[in-house]
Design a protein around this ligand. Structure first.
Ligand SMILES: [Zn+2]
Length: 66
């Protein structure tokens, strides 16, 4: 049988979250503080992932001469 679990746990401390107001990116935090903390972390990760895949690929310098 398919049982839809609506139970969510705070991504910060692991407590069960019950208030949909603290839903951030599909994760239900236990409190406003943790919801904010998680949102910040996700944003941070996105920024870092973006930076890692960003246009930081410098072409190797063409060394001429010798
Ligand atoms: Zn929490």
């Amino acid at each position: 049988m398919t049982v839809q679990t609506t139970e969510r746990y705070c991504p910060i401390c692991g407590k069960p979250g019950t208030d949909p107001a603290y839903n951030r990116f599909g994760e239900l935090a236990c409190s406003d503080a943790h919801a904010e903390e998680f949102a910040k972390e996700v944003r941070d990760q996105k920024v870092r992932a973006h930076a890692a895949a960003g246009p930081d690929q410098r072409l190797p310098r063409q060394m001429s001469g010798g």
